[in-house]
Design a protein around this ligand. Sequence first.
Ligand SMILES: [Zn+2]
Length: 111
Amino acid sequence: MPVTPDDAKLMDVLQGGRCFYCGELVGGKATFDHLIPQAYGGADIPANVVLAHRRCNQRKGDRLPNPDELDRFFAERRASRLGIWPPLRALRAAEEGQEWIAVARAISQEK
Ligand SMILES: [Zn+2]
């Protein structure tokens, strides 16, 4: 299910009103960034989405989140109904150089 306005409000609270990438206040100008990009099969659901400035979202582009970003996301989402999309855990557990294949495998198991 795509992100609802209620989900977005909760995300804003969990992120302390800050952009996921730069940590600056984001206010009402937040965009939805898909941690695993939709271009690579990332789901359009709250468990794969964070709030970010448009410029930070664009700068991230189609890369995968790095380990620090994943750890931060997991900490923010702990005990939240918004959840964590399982392929993100598979990505965190992947060996260096195996990230894309780990993500692709995990996504295929989601379908
Ligand atoms: Zn930002």
